[in-house]
Design a protein around this ligand. Sequence first.
Ligand SMILES: Cc1cc2nc3c(=O)[nH]c(=O)nc-3n(C[C@H](O)[C@H](O)[C@H](O)COP(=O)(O)OP(=O)(O)OC[C@H]3O[C@@H](n4cnc5c(N)ncnc54)[C@H](O)[C@@H]3O)c2cc1C
Length: 626
Amino acid sequence: MTHKLTRRDFLDGMALTIAAGLAPCEQLAQGLLSAPYPPVLTGLRGQHDGSFEAAHGMAFERRRYRVGRLPVAEEYDCIVVGGGISGLAAAWFYRERFGRDARILVLDNHDDFGGHARRNEFTVGDRTLIGYGGSESLQSPATNFSPVVKGLMKRLGVDVERFRRYFDQALYPGLGLSRASFFDRDRFGVNRLVTGDPTDWVADDIPRDRRNGRPIEPFIGDFPLPSAARRQLEQLYASKRVTLAHLADDAARADYLAHVSYVEFLRKDWGLCDDAIAYFGGRTLDFFGLPPNLVPALDASLFAYPGFAGISLPPDEAAAAELDEPYIYHFPDGNASVARLLVRSLVPSAIPGSTMDDIVLARARYEELDRPQHKARIRLDSTVVRVVNGAAGVEVGYLRNHDRVLHRLRSRHVVMACFNTLIPYVTGGLSDDQAGALRLNVKSPLVYSKVLARNWTPWVELGVHEIYGVASHHSRVKLDYPVAMGGYRNPTRPEEPMVLHLVHVPTVPGIDEPRSALRASRGLLLQATFADHETAIRRDLSRMLGPGGFDDQRDILALTVNRWSHGYAWGLNTLVDDEGEAKAAMKLARQPVGNVTIANSDAGWSAYAHAAIEQAHRAVNELRES
Ligand SMILES: Cc1cc2nc3c(=O)[nH]c(=O)nc-3n(C[C@H](O)[C@H](O)[C@H](O)COP(=O)(O)OP(=O)(O)OC[C@H]3O[C@@H](n4cnc5c(N)ncnc54)[C@H](O)[C@@H]3O)c2cc1C
C-alpha cells in the first residue's frame, strides 16, 4: 500500500516525532517548537495555498478594496510591495539613496521571503541538506552583471570568483557519470534510459571535456525511435546540410528564424518527421518555460539546440556567454542566499554573520523581520490590495492572509516589486494603455520539486547525474549541484543522502499563442494537488532509476514541491512580439505613477536575478525627492 506523504508528515522535519500526539500549534503554545521556520516545510510550497487567494479574488472575481475609511495604522518613507530579490534590493537601494534613517516596510504575500529565490532544508539524522526551491544560479556574471549589480554584490560580500573553488565540477564526471535521455513507455512503448549524451546544453555545469559522452551515432542509435527518425536526428546533430543560403545575409536569416518556431524549423527546413521532432518535446521546457512549438528557432539557435551549425547568423554576446561561462555561480540554496544577504543587511538581527560563506548555514530568525524598533521591516503573509496616491502620501491597503483583516498604511514612496500583471488591479491612476502594457507580462508556470533521497547509489549504478525526460512529467531530473562552502558539505559519496532536483513544466497542447498557452498551463497546474505531484514523482523516479535499484517506498525520505504558478518573467517572444513595439510597451508599463514606481524582473522582461536588481535600482532612482 502506498503511504501518501502529506505536508503534515514532514512538518518541521523531525518536529512531530519530538512530541508525538500534539498538534504543531499546541507544541508552539507549549514552547516545544520555536517560531515557524518556513525553509523546513515540506509538501506543496513555492506559491503555496493561502498566499494567492486574495490576488486571485481581485483578478478573477473583480473584487476591489477601499481603505479610505480605515485609520492609518502606520506610516513609512517607503513601502515595497513584494519581498523577492527585486523588492529586497529596492529596499536596500532606497536606504542608500535616502539614508539609514529611512523607515522602510517590505510586504509579501508568502510565509517566507525571497519570492522565487527560496530556500528548502531537509534534516536526515544529524545532517541538514540544503536545496534551492526556485531561482537557482547567478547567470553568467562576467557578461550579464552591470556595474549596479556588481556593486550590490560587492557590498553584500559576494565574490563570484570563489564559486570556482566551492563548486566541484569534477565530482560527477570523476565517478564516470553522464547526462542521459529517458524515453517513457507511455509515449515510446518502452522505458529506456540512454546514457552518454555528448551534446551541448545551455547553462551546463559540466565542462565540455568531462561529459563522459559517447559519439553521437551510438548515443542516438539507442533511442527507441524508428530507424528513419534516428537517422534524421543523427544528420541534424552532425551535418551542416541546412544553410538558409537562399536568404540574403545574416540579418535576413536571423529574421526568418525569429518568426518560425523551433518545431516548424525542424519540420520545414530539416524535413524531420514527427517521431524525430518528438525528441525535443521536453527539451525547451526548463530553460524557456515553453514547449518547442512556442520557442522561436532563433532563440533555439542561440542556446545550443542542433540544426544551426551550417547557418551563418549575427553574433550574440549575451547568449554566447550563457554557453561559455561556467554554470557554477550557485549557493547551496541558489539565489535564496542573495535574498538572505539582502535581508541580513536590512535587518541585521534577523540573520547572524557577515560573509557570503557564513550566510549558508546561518539560521534566519523570522520573528525579527518585523519589529517596530527597526528602520527596515519585512512583513510576510500580507497581500497588498490597494495603492493610490493621496494628498498626504501614498495610501496602501493590505490583507493579512491568515485572518483576512484589511489594514491601511501610508507612505511617502511606494515601489511595486510584485508581479506586473497584478499592478492594474491594485494601483489607482493608471492609464488604460499602461494597464494593457503591464498585462503583457504573463509569467510561465513551472515546478521545482525536491526529493530527499536515502542515497544516490542507483545513479552511480546507471552512470548518470542528470536525466532529460523526453516526454515524462518531469523534463529534468538531476542530482543536486555539488557545492561546499561556509561549513556546508555536499554529499560526495553515493551512500549519503542526496537532494534530487525535478523540474515539471505543465503544458496544454494545441494552443499556438504563447501567452494563452501559459495561462492555460497555469490553470492546469493550479488544479494539481500535492498527491498528484507525489504520484508523478514516484512514477518518474521509479521508471528512470528503478533498473539501478531505486525503490520509491524505501528511498524517498521527504518531498517539497515548489509550485511556481507565476514563474519566469515574460521574455520577448518574436513569434508574437514585434521587438520595437515590445520595447515601447516595456517602457510604458514601468512608468512611475505619482510617488509609485515599478520594479520586479517583469519590468525588464527578463527572468533573471540580475534583472530583478537592475529594475529595483531604476525604480528607486525614479522616485521623486519631494
Ligand atoms: C523556478 C525558477 C527558477 C529560476 N532560476 C533562475 C536562475 O537560475 N537564475 C536567475 O537569475 N533567475 C532565475 N529565475 C528568475 C527569478 O524570477 C529571478 O531570479 C528573481 O528571483 C526574480 O525576483 P523578483 O523580485 O523580480 O520576483 P519574485 O521573486 O517573483 O518576487 C516578487 C514577490 O512579490 C510578491 N507579490 C506579488 N503580488 C503581491 C502583492 N499584491 N502583495 C504582496 N506581495 C506580492 C510575490 O508573491 C513575490 O514573492 C528563476 C525563476 C523561477 C520561477
